[in-house]
Design a protein around this ligand. Structure first.
Ligand code: IFM
Length: 444
């Protein structure tokens, strides 16, 4: 058993390791990175698609051990690029729980499929609270986004039809969830909570509306490609909602507004404790929701997940407006801000946020790692900040990988392997720039 374990670990490390050379010594980045990668490898249920990964992995029972969008948006990319089979199992978990997602929708008197905010074994909603459990509905669009991401990067055609079915059923859910306002001939997404959990229950959260529109598009395209079936009437409604759903936008400032309430809120009069602990330990959520204060990356996250939705000016406006208002009271926030800052060329900010995310658990930066276990989504976000932010790895229009290096000044070299469409690549970034070398075709 020990021998088999050694072989398995060696092969995982060969694929997942990241090597960083920094100027001088005394930096712990390399070891901290390996600690983070170790957690990602260690907490994955390899070879088992009947379970997913809980918010604290296997390190703690916080949140009753349940899984959230943390897996689809924050963790999946690591597995997708370093171990496509592990990613496939995570996607299969969502595909296998589509019947449960349909039960969740039905329980709320809605058509289609609604993915649970929290799930354990199976996909039945486990979250009991009304505001988060019923209203933090972006998870359904996050799952559709993750499935698309998986298909695109892995090139796996075996899950195409099942994925198309997921797109269609989730689009049916969204079509039932938007409210039509016939006075104005528009659709509103009411009683919704975005990723920023300090925003209360609001209307037209931009993150959710824009990703739901994308979910409709995925469904329409899948039906057009004949991978799934849907009626002409319902498809017309999906298109109608894409065109008439509402997101507030301030054209003078090039700024997308987080939700319908945001500009009506007062300036935040509070102050976060200096020890890194979250403001919700000092102030009640009810009080927090009345101020312009943000718990975690919301529009900043959408900007990196779907950069094509925003112009360069709009992206910068999102950063300039929302970043100063964000308390990062969720561990999901730092890594995403590091990625976004690197993307925008804000080197110091990206390094500061990267440091916060990378050492979050090792240095107990949120003052709860001992009590609550490893913040796995933050670990996944750290990996994305490095690979997509600093190295700038992306998939070109030709389907080939490319790099846009934005390394911190004191990093001399960065290298890592990754898979795209079954091919194995090596990315190297050094003083000469970035290059991608093609390696052998993945076996098996
Ligand atoms: O999914 C997250 C959420 O975004 C913030 N609160 C904790 C959850 C589990 O990590």
């Amino acid at each position: 058993m020990l021998k088999n374990s050694e072989v398995a670990w060696r092969s995982r490390w060969e694929q997942a390791d990241i090597q960083v050379t920094q100027k001088g010594n005394g930096s712990f980045v390399q070891s901290a990175l390996r600690y983070n990668i170790f957690q990602l490898i260690q907490n994955c249920p390899y070879g088992n698609s009947t379970v997913s990964i809980g918010a604290r992995g296997l390190t703690h029972g916080r949140y009753k051990g349940c899984c959230f969008w943390d897996t689809d948006i924050f963790l999946l990319p690591f597995y997708l690029y370093t171990d496509p089979q592990a990613a496939k199992d995570l996607i299969l978990f969502r595909l296998n729980t589509l019947p449960d997602a349909k039960k969740n929708a039905k329980a709320l008197n809605l058509p289609g499929a609604r993915y649970p905010w929290m799930c354990s074994i199976g996909g039945i909603e486990q979250c009991q609270s009304w505001d988060i459990g019923r209203c933090e509905i972006h998870i359904t669009a996050d799952v559709a986004y993750a499935v698309e991401n998986y298909l695109e990067v892995s090139g796996d055609e075996t899950l195409m039809r099942r994925s198309a079915q997921l797109y269609v059923e989730t689009a049916r859910y969204w079509a039932g969830r938007f409210s039509y306002d016939q006075r104005k001939d528009v659709y509103n997404l009411l009683f919704v909570k975005g990723p920023d959990e300090y925003c209360g229950v609001s209307g037209n959260n931009a993150y959710t509306v824009l990703l739901a529109r994308h979910n409709f598009k995925l469904a329409l395209e899948a039906v057009q490609r004949k991978e799934a079936e849907a009626g002409a009437e319902e498809m017309k409604k999906w298109q109608d909602i894409i065109e008439k759903s509402q997101v507030e936008y301030d054209s003078d400032r090039y700024l997308y507004i987080q939700d319908d309430n945001f500009l009506r809120l007062e300036e935040f009069p509070g102050k976060k404790a200096g020890d890194g602990s979250a403001a919700y330990h000092q102030y009640d959520f009810d009080w927090l929701q009345r101020y312009q204060v943000i718990k975690q990356a919301d529009l900043v996250l959408l900007m990196v997940l779907k950069p094509e939705l925003f112009t360069a000016r709009q992206k910068r406006a999102i950063w300039d407006f929302y970043e100063p208002l964000t308390l990062h009271d969720s561990s999901l926030s730092f890594g995403i801000h590091a990625w976004a800052a690197a993307y925008l060329g804000l080197e110091q900010k990206s390094c500061d946020y990267f440091d916060k995310s990378l050492f979050l658990d090792l240095e107990d930066r949120m003052k709860n790692t001992g009590r609550e276990g490893i913040h796995l989504a933050a670990v996944g976000a750290t990996w994305q900040a490095l690979v997509f932010g600093f190295a700038g790895l992306s998939l070109g229009k030709d389907g080939k990988p490319k790099l846009s290096p934005r390394l911190p000044k004191d990093w001399e070299r960065l290298s890592f392997h990754f898979f795209i469409k079954g091919n194995r690549y090596l990315a190297v970034i050094d003083k000469k720039g970035g290059r991608i070398e093609t390696e052998e075709k993945k076996k098996g």
